[in-house]
Design a protein around this ligand. Structure first.
Ligand SMILES: C[S@@+](CC[C@H](N)C(=O)[O-])C[C@H]1O[C@@H](n2cnc3c(N)ncnc32)[C@H](O)[C@@H]1O
Length: 168
């Protein structure tokens, strides 16, 4: 089970990008998304996608992300450009039964680097939590997310050109 914990969301500035971290979590093989702080929009958006497009994915807010991180039972991974290269640790991480993936927005407090069992970088250049998460989940699942059947009411039928959706 893979849980993504999104830290540092600023409701005005980050609404879209936080929603994208939630959508990427769902699409790329995570099972649960937890947002630090009170903004309900990102979780509501992804939960409504899950309702229409399927899967067992859940999204919720936590009022106390530090407690959530501290109490999490499993392997905690903080995605940061300062961490160890993903390719060096991914094989070890894959065997984890339960994993928490911590992604930031603004500056991540120093204690997170200590609490997490792993600080992992997706390259050592600064980029984006959305990109870091997508590449991380792709590597962890070895690309299996692509073949996952969400079993939703609404399904895309892949086309060479144009758009086709099937409704159950
Ligand atoms: C836009 S960055 C800002 C980071 C912030 N300046 C800091 O020093 O903590 C937001 C998030 O994207 C993720 N991120 C950005 N670049 C990354 C990289 N090269 N490897 C892994 N994660 C990365 C991290 O989770 C980070 O907290």
């Amino acid at each position: 089970v893979i849980t993504v914990l999104r830290y540092g969301h600023r409701p005005q500035r980050d609404k879209r990008i936080t929603t994208h971290t939630a959508l990427v979590s769902r699409a790329f093989g995570a099972d649960r998304f937890v947002l630090a702080g009170p903004d309900e929009v990102p979780c509501r958006t992804v939960n409504s996608v899950t309702k229409r497009c399927g899967g067992k994915f859940t999204a919720e807010n936590t009022p106390n992300w530090r407690k959530f991180l501290r109490d999490f039972k499993g392997v905690r991974v903080h995605l940061t450009m300062y961490g160890l290269p993903l390719s060096d640790v991914v094989d070890k991480l894959r065997s984890a039964k339960d994993m928490l993936v911590f992604v930031g927005a603004e500056k991540v407090p120093p204690d997170v680097y200590q609490t997490c069992e792993y600080n992992v970088s997706v390259g050592n250049q600064p980029h984006s939590e959305v990109a870091a998460l997508a590449v991380f989940l792709d590597r962890i699942t070895q690309g299996k997310w692509e073949k996952r059947d969400f079993g939703g009411k609404l399904k895309v039928v892949p086309q060479e050109r144009g758009k086709k959706m099937e409704e159950e």
